[in-house]
Design a protein around this ligand. Sequence first.
Ligand code: FAD
Length: 511
Amino acid sequence: MSSTDTSGSASATGPVRIVVAGGGTAGWMTAAAFGHFLDSGFTVTLVESEEIGTVGVGEATIPQIRMFNQALGIDEDAFIRATQATFKLAIEFVGWGAPGERYMHAFGDVGRDVGLCAFHHYWSRARRLGIAGPAGDYAINDVAAHAGRMHRGGPLTSRNIPEMPHAFHFDAGLYAAFLRQFGEARGVSRREGKIQEVRQNPLTGDITSLVLASGEEIAGDLFIDCTGFRGLLIGGTMGSGYVDWTKWLPCDRALAVPSGRVEDFTPYTRATAHDAGWQWRIPLQHRTGNGRVYCSSFISDDQAAESLLAHLDAPALADPRPIRFTTGRRAEAWRGNVIAVGLSSGFLEPLESTSIHLIQSAISRILKFLPGKDQTQAARDEYNRQFTSEMERIRDFIVLHYHVNQRPEPFWQAVRDMALPDSLSERIELFRANGHIFRHGDELFSEVGWFQVMAGQGIVPERSHALAETIDVADLKSYLETLNALYRREVERYLSHAEFIARNCAAPPLK
Ligand code: FAD
């Protein structure tokens, strides 16, 4: 990148000046990626305000984060050490289908290719016959997560077992600091201060500059709004509205609290259903992140806080911090010369740890379109169509967890009885009746993800694919038993999660 020149108003020549407003996870991921990928035709300036701070949560990820790190050339173990991270092989859902039940949504495959039809058809037939265990018995990530073990492939593994897909739990503050260092080393210019005024071109409405409390003016051609729930530029200035999804995802508040480190930290996130929402547990090397997501129409803040604290594995290290949100998406994520990334573009609760992925996905979409000084409405429309489709598919996946439940509490009855988006009810029906699951376009979650959650929530299809219906029962039983035994034996050879980290990527003690 060329050196940053943020003076003056819009200019037809010279480098494209990109201004990132906000320095949370969204702002620093964006600035780091732009710093890495963009050349001398661009400058990148990031503005953040220590006084306002960041949302300070967002610590569980999905495996796609590894692609982000790899694309930026970030070494995995260095990143883990810098962010007090641990490995994540799965999310465990406790009490979601019904109280006392549990299942995992594990990364990677369930079963192995058997023939022309997918594994879940064989599983569903075997399940009806009473000769199959839970779906997770046939997923190596699930078996390893239950055993608390970790491996990244290499000489210890059997020849036929591929690397376990994994993601991370990390400290959000340390991650932003890590990316800041990375971005600044690649030419990103950082300004500290509160944005007090936003100046616009009176003819087009496009933003021309941000004015900080100090009086400094930062001009730009393209503004990336990473100001969090405020949506200062995309909503406040550009007036892009908000599509509210509360009718499908009625939880509207969260309380976050850190607790002490648990020695045997698990290689998975835990999401435990409670009477009017759910609680997350995210193990890091130096502490555990916890939080309660709840619906304020069904439980008071005090009751939620009391229940959160009563369900910690170790003593709380601070008072619970309240966060309010409205689930939904920005009507247009790109409007004028502003593109919203992160919480300013919308919010889906962190049940499947999708927000950081959505940041990453927005960054790669922006880089594909790479708006310069001349931005067209056709590009905005296509960008917004892709953004909407991605958000809606993930929304459906999260609603699925709530809707298919047998819990007795009023909140759970209400979400069981609610009318679903057509896109979701058709999917559930197709699986329930015929065992079919089809991935829609390039949506984030694959057939395997949908299968694990539908099966985990208690749906057993009434019929399976015709090929699965004809396989010999004794062969089916023996195949499933062999697969499970193979995975169990394999996993026994791996190190415990804590030992794996100690050997490869332990963070230095905090000062
Ligand atoms: P923020 O962190 O709020 O950053 C906003 C930035 O804008 C800050 O730097 C602030 O100083 C700056 N700013 C705002 N106004 C101004 C101004 N006027 N002038 C200057 N600067 C300004 N995601 C996951 O992937 N996994 C999870 O497990 C997960 N858990 C979550 C749990 C909860 C309860 C919530 C609410 C979210 C969770 N998320 C999770 C989402 C995740 O936290 C966010 O996607 C991520 O932190 C990005 O936030 P952000 O950068 O958009 O906003």
